[in-house]
Ligand binder design. Sequence first.
Ligand code: PAF
Length: 300
Amino acid sequence: MGRPTDPLPVVVHAPEAFRAACDQARAQGRRVALVPTMGALHHGHIALMTEARRRVGPDGLVAVSVFVNPTQFGPNEDLARYPRELDADVARCAAAGVDAVFAPSAGAMYPPGDQTRVRVAELAGPMCGLTRPTHFEGVATVVTRLFALAGPCVAVFGRKDYQQLRVISRLARDLFLPVEVVGLGTVREPDGLALSSRNRYLSPLDRARATAIPASLRAARALYARGERSVIALLDVVSQGLAGSVDSVDYIDLRDADELTLPATPLPDGARAVLAVAVKIGATRLIDNTVLGEPDGTLR
Ligand code: PAF
């Protein structure tokens, strides 16, 4: 992705240095945009960086954080094997025109004596919260810390992690943080599979099986477009689409798109409802979603 001529972003590891770089930019009248990531950057992340640049303009500061956040992983999850490739990520950021990369250590983000956690209550409960009960507390905590350091006016996240986006939007609102949280449409492979740093864990056979995920969401959208509003029927079509292709289903759920509460069935006219799935293919857990009741240009 990177070319030798791309100007390298400033890379900082210490939280104080990151705060100083963002403060300095603001003092110069520049707007600051933040793209929080865990690295192993792919085209989905690049789209977030491009959107961040679009929002703060050529003179703004676009910062990307690269941090595999330990507090959002459960005890039996993939923290140890999560890909870490900072040099390649910095080159990808350079090619995307990023100004600053913040790559702290775990000890810097969670220094000795640290006791504070951020918990968003109801939104974190269903869906991924059922099998990953501490996940969103870890996400909310690290994102709040990143916001506190960078003081961005805008932060860009992917809609593939739909529940995460809702949790982060709510924490920014509840804590009166002066940041606009932007959700960008999922970037997909040509066959529809949502880009994810975890796709690289899939064997070629498992990768082929994973196309059942977008295909099942597409089938539900088609059924919805034909007028079906029964929640059970819409969930069923996804379940049938996944059967035989995935090894297990964590959840298939249909929820109010804003509050993630259970919607009425049949879905009322004008309702927006997120249809979300989490499945395992081999040892790899993959998630995806689409919002019924609004266009989804990524799932055609
Ligand atoms: O979506 C991710 O990559 C992570 O959950 C985030 C938002 C960077 C927090 O660690």
